[in-house]
Design a protein around this ligand. Structure first.
Ligand SMILES: NC(=O)c1ccc[n+]([C@@H]2O[C@H](COP(=O)([O-])OP(=O)(O)OC[C@H]3O[C@@H](n4cnc5c(N)ncnc54)[C@H](O)[C@@H]3O)[C@@H](O)[C@H]2O)c1
Length: 320
């Protein structure tokens, strides 16, 4: 199997590449080669099969065609301009999240082999005047430019799948926490940094109140789900190619108490509570409660509790 990961230099792309390098197979079929592409040069993980790294910009259609010149069985499209940056840089968000996604879909279509295309959408596609509990059939009503760009790309992914141009699987990710590395430009960045930084002995700012509720998934379980997405049979997906991944909904205050239980008072005391109206304007519009029935029926997984997220961070990502 030939795997391509676009956005392979990002947090999830790197972890996915590492996991696939270790596994060497998807759904019992051996991986024969893997190409990683990103606007920043992706690192090559250890693997028993050849892995290549490509620096490319998905807004350049010819570059995406060049990347797929050797064909592909599974294409992961994870490249994106994340939420707060898409809000502050509208044109960049449109160019990458919508037009860049269309370039990826068109390049996949041009292969003529109906490759599997796994696209990472977001629960930011939900919002506005809809019921508090999100069901699989709840209408998308994004309240940010990022969410709107993801929703538009989802519609096209579904149509390209219906036409047989590609075999699309669009996953609406909850917030992935605890995210390793540096803070990014997602409005949700604090949902990782208030745990990641104190667990590594550093202060962090929480811009929302302790009763703020949101849905989370650990990076480890997210990567497992990205792999499951390539294993699910097309027939099992039916007509709804895009759906919410399972997460767990927690209050920020409860998550901090989980961290206090695992790591102690001194660590939890490193959080400074400083409300930020700009961040709140985005994140208070996101929906928190989900019934991801379709994803669970298809075998997608979630964490058992937020203590899992903390434990996985300590096992997989803590520095030093
Ligand atoms: N992490 C989360 O909480 C979360 C939640 C919902 C959805 N998602 C989606 O999951 C995907 C991966 O998320 P992540 O956390 O790894 O994000 P990330 O920002 O770490 O990775 C995205 C990658 O896309 C690359 N990229 C940006 N513009 C590009 C361009 N023009 N051409 C090529 N590459 C480009 C970036 O360099 C980056 O490496 C994204 O599509 C994101 O929207 C993530």
């Amino acid at each position: 199997m030939h795997i391509v990961i676009i956005g392979g230099g990002g947090m999830l792309g790197r972890k996915l590449a590492l996991a696939l390098g270790r596994r060497g197979e998807i759904g019992g079929r051996a991986i024969s080669q893997m190409a990683l592409a990103d606007i920043v040069g992706p690192a090559i993980p250890e693997a028993s099969f050849p892995v290549t790294a490509h620096r490319l910009d998905i807004t350049d259609r010819a570059a995406v065609d060049g990347l797929l010149a050797d064909g592909a069985d599974v294409i992961y499209h994870l490249a994106a301009i994340v939420s707060a940056q898409s809000e502050s840089e509208f044109d960049l968000g449109m160019a990458v999240n919508l037009m860049g996604s269309i370039n990826v879909f068109e390049a996949a279509r041009a292969l003529g082999t109906t490759p599997k295309l796994i696209f990472t959408s977001s629960i930011a596609t939900y919002g506005g005047e809809i019921p508090e509990m999100i069901e699989d059939w709840t209408a998308l009503n994004p309240q940010t430019s990022y969410g709107a760009q993801k929703a538009a790309a989802e519609m096209l992914l579904t149509d390209y799948s219906r036409k047989g141009f590609l075999d699309g699987r669009g996953l609406r990710l909850p917030t992935i926490s605890i995210r390793p590395g540096k803070p990014n430009k997602a409005a949700s960045s604090f949902m990782s940094s208030i745990f990641r930084e104190p667990l590594q002995g550093r202060e962090a700012i929480c811009p929302v109140d302790p009763d703020y509720a949101h849905a989370y998934l650990s990076p480890r379980r997210c990567v497992e789900n990205l792999i499951i997405a390539a294993e699910v049979e097309a027939e099992a997906l039916g007509m709804n190619r895009c759906f919410a991944l399972p997460g767990r909904t927690h209050l920020i205050g409860d998550m901090v108490e989980d961290m206090r239980r695992v790591a102690g008072d001194a660590v939890a005391g490193l959080i400074r509570w400083e409300p930020d109206p700009e961040i709140q304007k985005i994140v208070l519009g996101w929906k928190a409660h989900f019934n991801p029935a379709k994803a669970l029926a298809l075998g997608f997984v979630r964490d058992d509790s937020f203590e899992d997220n903390i434990r996985f961070f300590l096992e997989d990502d803590i520095e030093g």
